[in-house]
Write a protein that binds this ligand. Structure first.
Ligand code: TRP
Length: 328
């Protein structure tokens, strides 16, 4: 009866790709069976790093939710909602911002990295510095004890625990739980060009890619660069084509046999890629079909219901917070 609570979120930056599936969604679908889950579209967080281009955020949010649903996230089991529709996120972030020392945020490795990496954007802003403060509010509002995240988000969870501890110490009331990460076992998925899969690198395979697009992408994939001919023995480890075979080809015998021939110089790239294309297509086809079954209207309905459920919990938490602060 007393299920533990999970909260996780994704920024709506566009269509989701296989990296999102491996790194998050596959995990979410499993967690949904055991936990009370809140899955949130972090649209405020998306705006923090791209506030100059807000035009697509609403559409992207819808697409993200469609991708989740297509992968099997069940709106009857989990609460799916959009962060900006529950104003308590900003309210609690304000409270946490009061007690978060600047040094904690400035030292944050993710912040420093993004400032360096995202060139051409002016990110030395008050809002962006506070990114992990809002993330803490997201988690604390629902009293989530577990937060499924990738390695890159660990500093944010550590910060969340510190902020919550500080709140408890200052106001002498323990109203939150300290959240723990649930780490995804699989490291970041490589893109078709052997760099990290990312929308900005244009190297991703999207969950909603058509058969033709998928084929084109798989056949342009990076493989062992030393293998200029089919009879040259190739390297399987770290080879994106085989990383994908291992993750997505359910015909384990076929993968084993392909690897053996590849290492012996007994198979051409075309065959290896064609089999990968077939396997990925078998994996993506049910997702594509399920995606089609959700109209925009249906997704909107799911979000309205999800927002209501989320708001109910969020409001209760804010009432407690305000009592601690002698507000309202
Ligand atoms: N920062 C997360 C990311 O970029 C997204 C996010 C926002 C999140 N709020 C959250 C993740 C709360 C977990 C919990 O991946």
């Amino acid at each position: 009866m007393n299920k533990k609570t999970v909260l996780s979120g994704m920024r709506p930056t566009g269509k989701l790709h296989l990296g999102h599936w491996v790194g998050a969604i596959a995990n979410w679908v499993r967690l949904e069976k055991e936990y009370k889950c809140f899955f949130m579209v972090a649209d405020w967080h998306a705006l923090m790093s791209d506030y100059e281009h807000p035009a697509n955020i609403k559409e992207n949010s819808l697409e993200v939710v469609k991708d989740w649903l297509a992968c099997g996230i069940d709106p009857e089991k989990s609460t799916i909602f959009i962060q900006s529709r529950v104003p308590e996120h900003l309210e609690l972030a304000m409270v946490f911002s009061l007690l978060t020392p600047l040094g904690w945020l400035e030292r944050c490795t993710t912040y420093k990295e993004q400032l360096r990496e995202l060139k051409g954007r002016m990110l030395a802003t008050y809002g962006f510095l506070g990114y992990p403060v809002l993330q803490t509010a997201d988690i604390a509002l629902y009293n989530a004890d577990s937060v499924p995240v990738g390695m890159d988000q660990l500093p944010h969870l550590e910060l969340a625990r510190e902020i919550i501890r500080k709140f408890h110490k200052l106001y002498k009331k323990n109203i939150f739980v300290e959240p723990k990460p649930i780490l995804t076992a699989v490291p970041k998925l490589v893109g078709i060009d052997n760099r990290k899969m990312s929308k900005s690198y244009n190297n991703s395979i999207n969950l909603s890619d058509s058969q033709e697009t998928l084929k084109k992408k798989v056949f342009s994939m990076y493989t062992d660069p030393k293998r200029t001919r089919a009879d040259i023995p190739g390297k399987v480890e770290g080879n994106p084509v085989f990383i994908y075979h291992d993750l997505f080809n359910r015909d384990l015998e076929q993968v084993k046999e392909l690897k053996k021939r590849y290492q012996a110089g007994g198979v051409g790239d075309v065959e290896v890629k064609d089999k990968l294309y077939q396997a990925l297509n078998r994996f993506l086809e049910p997702i594509r079909q399920k995606r089609e079954s959700f109209s925009d209207l249906k997704v909107q309905e799911i979000l309205v219901k999800g927002t209501e459920q989320a708001a109910l919990v969020a409001k209760k938490t804010m009432t407690k917070v305000k009592t601690c602060l002698h507000l309202g």
